[in-house]
Structures are given as C-alpha cells and as structure tokens.
Design a protein around this ligand. Structure first.
Ligand code: DC
Length: 227
C-alpha cells in the first residue's frame, strides 16, 4: 500500500444510507483529498433524461451523455451539468425514483466510469459509490465497504427528509431503501458488492466521527508500516 504523503486513491462503496458520503467528505477535508461523489454523476444523467423526456435506455440519452459536461466544483460539493449548477435538482424525489434504472444501462456506466477514471488519474482522491472498489479503481490504495442495517439506514434517511419537511413514514422509507438495494445488488452490470480486498465496516451503531477515525487510523497504520 502507498503512503498517504504521496498520491493516494481511496475507494469506498456501500448501499444508500450507509454513511459513505458523509464519511468520505470528512476524510477528504481532514486529509486534503479531492472528493468524488460518483452517485451524483448518475443523478445528473437521470436529470438529463428527465429534462429531455428520454427513457433510461434511449440511444439518444447515451449520445447526450457522451456530449455533456459533468464537472465538480467546491471540492465535490457542487455538480455542474453543462455549466449549470444542478446540485439541488439531482436530489429531488423524481430523480431518486428513476436513477437506479439509468445507472443500470451499460453504455451509460461505461461513459461515466471513463469520466471518473479521468478525474481520479491524478490521485489524491477519495471516491465513493457502488462500484468504485470493484470497477472504477480496482487498484485503489485503500478500499472500504460501509454497511448498516436497513432499519438504521431508513432512520437516517427519514431524519434527512424531515429536515426538508417531507411528510413520510419510516415504513415507506424502509420500503424505498429495500427496493433500491434490490436494484443495485441484482443488476447485471457492476452490481453493488464488497470487493474481496475491501475492509468492511458496519456503521449501524457507530457515529460518523468513529468511522472517520477508524479509516484514518487504518491509513496511518499502513503509512507507519512503510517507514
Ligand atoms: O449514492 P446515490 O444514492 O447518490 O446513488 C444514486 C444511484 O446511482 C443509486 O441507485 C446507485 C447508482 N450508483 C451506481 O450505480 N454506481 C455508482 N458508482 C454510484 C451510484
């Protein structure tokens, strides 16, 4: 494994609500790394499909994906689709509902993965999603797979929705998470799974800071081993 002082790539996967976005952002801040939210890219393509009234498997959508510009600014916090800030629009319920269907199209995945690999080519990055440890960065210096019980993940999602004044029950959120898990883990192309060499972390009963500290400790320990 590489030393953190040099160019490092950290890849992290896990299901919705496992805490990987929050954890990855904090690690990016603490270690001064670029943060790559790969799900945001599939969400941006889904928004494109909605705006252009195209089905997920439409050949025209694949052409548009090849031609569009997806960029991140503000260290991964803001996403631009053809120079327009779509950071809020990509989190709406209509995008939530459609995104798994768009993300399962192999030609779309191929384009997005190429783009992610270009972003990651310079190293010093922490990237999270569903296939970062298996497909996008199979040679990452560090790989982590975050998981948590469905009920805990639903509770986290419910708390987030309540801050947005969305009126929904825990049972409904849990059902939505189960449906998304099913789609993400059973799809034919790049299904969500833990890479064989990933460290698996169950976040059901841990705080964000505990997980961040654990991951940074793993990286530091590897750094010390190299000295
Ligand atoms: O992490 P998220 O909820 O923003 O991801 C949105 C969707 O995109 C989710 O259904 C899984 C999919 N996705 C994917 O297929 N591959 C990735 N690397 C990241 C997300």
């Amino acid at each position: 494994m590489k030393r953190i002082g040099s160019q490092v790539t950290i890849a992290m996967d896990g299901p919705a609500g496992s805490g990987k976005s929050t954890v990855a952002r904090r690690i990016a801040e603490r270690l001064g790394l670029l943060y790559l939210d790969s799900g945001a890219m599939y969400r941006a393509v889904t928004l494109l499909a909605i705006q252009e009234k195209l089905a997920a498997d439409s050949p025209k959508l694949i052409d548009l994906v090849k031609a569009c510009r997806i960029e991140f600014t503000n260290n991964g916090k803001t996403i631009l689709l053809d120079a327009e800030d779509v950071s809020v629009q990509i989190r709406t319920p209509v995008v939530n509902k459609l995104v798994a269907d768009v993300a399962k199209i192999p030609e779309i995945r191929r384009e997005i993965v190429k783009h992610q690999q270009r972003i990651g080519a310079a190293g010093n990055i922490i990237a999270e999603g569903r296939d970062l440890t298996t497909i996008v960065f199979p040679n990452a210096d560090f790989k982590f797979y975050l998981d948590a019980s469905v009920t805990e993940r639903a509770k986290r999602r419910l708390a987030e929705l309540q801050t947005q004044n969305v009126d929904v029950t825990l049972a409904a959120v849990e059902a939505e998470i189960r449906a998304r898990d099913e789609k993400d883990t059973t799809r034919e192309h790049s299904p969500l799974r833990a890479a064989e060499d990933a460290i698996i972390i169950d976040t059901t009963c841990t705080t964000v800071e505990e997980v961040v500290d654990f991951i940074i400790a793993q990286i530091r320990r590897s750094e010390e081993c190299q000295q």
